[in-house]
Design a protein around this ligand. Structure first.
Ligand code: SF4
Ligand code: SF4
Length: 212
């Protein structure tokens, strides 16, 4: 047999309204957590995946990004160009010249695979996100636009002070040191006279030479 229900308390007229107003008052005095975009720009993390920028000087048209893109939304066109031999009797070389590089952002899922696989550092994440369109077909952006976005890519974060020197910088430093050493070897005998002030002894002779 079902137990009888406990007696309900009598409701005070207007108590619901008072509770609602209390919640409204409490919320009104709290600091807002929303940004009034576009008047206030959002404070985005530095590595935000907003859009993809293309540094086309680095692109060798290897097609790796287009092949690895899971959505097949990267369109690349190119042609081959013959470069004449650098020396007489040498071989001509051919290179790929980029004609078109476009990304359809209506298909892109911002996975970043294209950026990861690019062996020549030609693609980068930009935090730019204001490129909404009213027509989905306008979301295919060509190389000029992708290049413009390249200039909004933030600089990479500073290296950890204890990190190993990047191999490109180490190689450049070693080459510069070798060149400096070779120059010192060539100009070695004249170097010691430098710090003693080679212009000082020649000064007195200078006016004489000028007079004659
Ligand atoms: S981010 Fe992903 S989906 Fe978008 S273009 Fe690159 S590989 Fe394709
Ligand atoms: S992977 Fe990099 S270098 Fe190769 S086509 Fe794509 S952007 Fe160009």
């Amino acid at each position: 047999m079902a137990e009888p229900l406990p007696p309900t308390r009598p409701r005070i007229p207007g108590s619901g309204l008072a509770k609602g107003l209390a919640v409204t008052l409490r919320t009104m005095t709290r600091k807002s957590v929303t940004d009034q975009y576009p008047d206030a720009q959002p404070d985005l993390p530095p590595r935000t995946r907003g859009v993809i920028g293309l540094f086309e000087e680095n692109c060798t048209v290897c097609m790796l990004c287009a092949r690895e893109c899971p959505d097949w939304c990267i369109y690349i066109d190119s042609h081959k160009e013959t470069i004449p031999a650098a020396t007489p009797g040498g071989r001509e070389r051919s290179r790929n010249v980029l004609d078109r590089f476009a990304i359809d952002f209506s298909l892109c899922m911002y996975c970043g695979i294209c950026i990861e696989v690019c062996p020549f550092d030609a693609l980068f994440w930009s935090p730019e996100f204001e490129y909404a369109e009213t027509d989905i077909r306008d979301l295919t952006h060509e190389r000029d636009k992708l290049r413009e976005w390249m200039w909004t890519v933030p600089a990479p974060p500073a290296l950890d002070p204890a990190a190993e020197e990047p191999k490109e910088i180490a190689a450049a430093r070693k080459t510069a040191e070798k060149l400096a050493a070779a120059q010192t070897e060539q100009t070695g005998p004249t170097e010691p006279t430098g710090p003693t002030g080679p212009t000082a002894p020649s000064d007195p002779a200078g006016p004489q030479g000028g007079d004659s």
